[in-house]
Design a protein around this ligand. Structure first.
Ligand SMILES: Cc1cc2nc3c(=O)[nH]c(=O)nc-3n(C[C@H](O)[C@H](O)[C@H](O)COP(=O)(O)OP(=O)(O)OC[C@H]3O[C@@H](n4cnc5c(N)ncnc54)[C@H](O)[C@@H]3O)c2cc1C
Length: 380
């Protein structure tokens, strides 16, 4: 099928679906096709974000996907318990799947269609079918040559409890837990009075995930809290990239000329590995373009990736402090020290919008890591 200026988005995960929804909303006349290899959109995930992470336009795009919202959240460290007033929201992949199917008619999407060959102007499916158009790669996480990475890795389980857990707000970080493989924290989202997502999370230089150990630690965390786990509803796991250094240009050079979005394009917050805010913003950026040629989209997205990479240098520096300057058992102190700051500074940090003053304040005070190692980490 040859169609001029048809957009082909490969990958119906978070970034691909948001781009398709934005095109559908803002450019109803633009021909596009969203191709997903599995039988549903979005995989099996919960994605969360703070109110401050997204602007008004992005918020409008993702609002129908929100399944839970809390007006504030907690963090816990050995020497600091704090409730922050920034609202937190969760999106479920099941809702994304239903929403995409209800908004887009099947000519605009294909499920169960695995792409085996990719060029800038066509793709080939597993069954040999060729589809022509301007290709946008949204195939999600993969190897990221050119980037130096650490990892945020976790196993999360959703449980129905025998009795209410008593939480009224999410615990974004409970770092009062054992830190032997630190930086370790537990993340809890109370979806209702007796349903909760519990995630055992690590910042590490080692991507290996010991699933059984993490599952056992979720059980023992629940036991310590007095939560009686009745029925497991779901399990998810993550290996999210944490940027330490490298060159985004070198990474993009691995697929010359191919426009890329989502994790495939290196669009993620360097410290959290979260990509939802970038995915929503890039979706709208694409939908607002006049020129949908491959060359124009590649130039646009590569320059956006480069701009963000430069702008977010500070976060890579902090990541090096966390993962290189501090011993694993002491890493939590960097976050404990960070959470002394005003809620607005913390919110801008998570949004990737820290200003000059924020950066000074984040770095000020007695360093919670040995000075020599800090200087080495700062130097990269
Ligand atoms: C368990 C988990 C929880 C996370 N939680 C958060 C969070 O709370 N907030 C946040 O901002 N980020 C979160 N992230 C990080 C990040 O936002 C997600 O990984 C996000 O899904 C990345 O979006 P993406 O579109 O780039 O990739 P994906 O969502 O992974 O989508 C890629 C899609 O491409 C499809 N695909 C791949 N290859 C092909 C092919 N050859 N042919 C056809 N289709 C193909 C895949 O099946 C998949 O559906 C989480 C990640 C994980 C794993």
């Amino acid at each position: 099928v040859a169609k001029k200026d048809r957009l082909i988005i490969i990958g119906g995960g978070l970034a691909g679906c948001l781009a398709a929804l934005a095109l559908d909303e803002l450019r109803p006349d633009q021909d596009f096709l969203l191709i997903e290899g599995t039988q549903s959109f979005g995989g099996d995930h919960i994605w969360s974000f703070f109110d401050a992470d997204v602007g008004m336009d992005e918020r409008r795009l993702i609002e129908p996907l929100i399944v839970a919202r809390w007006s504030d959240h907690d963090v816990r460290f050995p020497n600091r318990y704090r409730t922050l007033p920034t609202p937190y929201n969760s999106i479920a992949s099941t809702r994304l799947d239903t929403h995409v199917r209800s908004k887009l008619a099947p000519p605009r999407y294909r499920l169960g269609a695995s792409v085996t060959r990719v060029a800038t102007d066509h793709v080939e499916l597993k069954d040999g079918e060729l589809i022509q158009g301007t290709v946008v790669d949204a195939r999600g996480p993969g190897a990221m040559p050119g980037l130096h990475l650490g990892w945020q890795k976790f196993v999360g389980q959703s449980w129905k409890l025998a009795r209410p857990h008593g939480l009224t707000r999410p615990i974004i970080m409970d770092a009062t837990v054992d830190q032997r493989e630190g930086y370790r924290f537990v993340y809890c989202l109370p979806f209702s009075s007796d349903r909760i997502l519990i995630e055992d999370t690590y910042y590490s230089l080692d991507p290996a995930l010991d699933r059984e150990a993490l599952r056992a630690r979720i059980q023992s965390y629940a036991r310590e809290k007095g939560w009686e786990l009745a029925e497991r509803e779901n399990e998810e796991e993550g290996l999210l990239p944490i940027a330490l250094g490298g060159s985004i240009q070198e990474y993009w050079n691995c697929a010359p000329g191919l426009p890329r979005i989502g994790l495939a394009g290196g669009f993620f917050h360097p410290t959290t590995g979260y990509s939802l805010p970038d995915a929503a913003r890039i979706a709208l950026l694409i939908a607002r373009q006049e020129n949908f040629s491959s060359g124009a989209l590649h130039t646009l997205l590569l320059s956006e990736a480069g701009r963000l990479w430069r702008e977010r240098r500070f976060y890579r520096l902090l990541n090096r402090m966390l993962l290189h300057a501090a011993a694993p058992a002491a890493r939590y102190r960097i976050l404990e020290h960070f959470y002394r700051l005003d809620a607005e500074v913390v919110a801008r940090f998570y949004a990737g919008r820290s200003d000059g003053w924020d950066k000074l304040r984040i770095l000020s005070g007695k360093p919670p890591v040995p000075v020599r190692r800090a200087i080495r980490a700062l130097a990269g």
